[in-house]
Design a protein around this ligand. Structure first.
Ligand code: ADP
Ligand code: MG
Length: 244
């Protein structure tokens, strides 16, 4: 049996009267890993920001666990911890250690038990090979290490859905792999992930399903194997070819 965690219906969003997202319709089931692909400028980041309440939508609906997210800030305040987002830039607090960075959200914002949170945080640091960095400051870490800490920080909030927006885009090539491997690890657990990436072989490996966008619209939505083997639309074919 599947269980829908997120459902988006007829979502529209414009900036300065220019339509950026048009009639966006899709849903994500619990435990699914979905790759959101498409050319630069197609609206992927804007869509993720709408799903996290960082942008207002013009019309349409977003349902989270079956509940209509009315567009009030109060609702988003409640929902935001349930939807984790990791960006291209890691924005860790520079004057706090790695461990302190991991504890702020769960302890200060979510008011969870500090020793439980700390145990969980250290477990994740160990799992990603950064346990010896728990007392380091962000400027003592490499870009890849910082980004892994940023992902662990999001995990420590125990979100029900995680959004990744090109998390390797600002990393040196030799650091991309360690971050992608961490996300591959997460994908093997029961986590629900929506991942924007330009790394096609990673997208192929990590996801169950692909949503392909161009010019603010969803052009194609299919299983990952179908999308890469046999894209239905010319746009998707062109996109995949342009990356070869
Ligand atoms: P992608 O992430 O797929 O590259 P974006 O969502 O960043 O695409 O951008 C989609 C379009 O929306 C682009 O044309 C971009 O210039 C425009 N856009 C994004 N954010 C804003 C903003 N805050 N104000 C005006 N236009 C924006
Ligand atoms: Mg983007």
């Amino acid at each position: 049996m599947t269980d829908t965690i997120l459902k988006v219906e007829n979502l529209y969003k414009s900036f300065d009267k220019k339509e950026i997202l048009k009639d966006i319709d899709f849903s994500i089931e619990k435990g699914q890993v979905v790759a959101l692909l498409g050319p630069s400028g197609s609206g992927k980041s804007t869509l993720l920001r709408c799903l996290n309440g960082l942008e207002n939508i013009d019309s349409g609906s977003i349902f989270f666990e079956g509940e209509n997210v009315d567009l009030k800030e109060k609702t988003w305040e409640k929902l935001r911890p349930e939807i984790g987002m990791v960006f291209q830039s890691y924005d860790l607090f520079p004057n706090k250690t790695v461990l302190e960075n991991l504890l702020i959200g769960p302890v200060k914002v979510q008011k969870r038990n500090k020793s439980d949170v700390e145990r969980n945080a250290l477990k994740w640091l160990e799992r990603v090979g950064l346990k010896d960095k728990s007392d380091s400051y962000p400027n003592q870490l490499s870009g890849g290490q910082k980004q892994r800490v940023a992902i662990v920080r999001s995990l420590c909030m125990e979100p029900k859905l995680m959004l990744f927006d090109e998390v390797t885009a600002s990393l040196d090539p030799e650091m991309v792999k360690e971050v992608l491997e961490l996300i591959l690890e997460l994908a093997k657990t029961d986590k629900t992930l929506l991942i924007v990436t330009h790394e096609m072989s990673f997208a192929h490996k990590v996801s169950d399903r692909v949503i392909f966008m161009a010019d603010g619209e969803i052009i194609e939505s299919s299983s990952t194997s179908k999308f890469f083997k046999n894209p239905k639309t010319q746009r998707a074919q062109d996109f995949l070819q342009s990356l070869d």
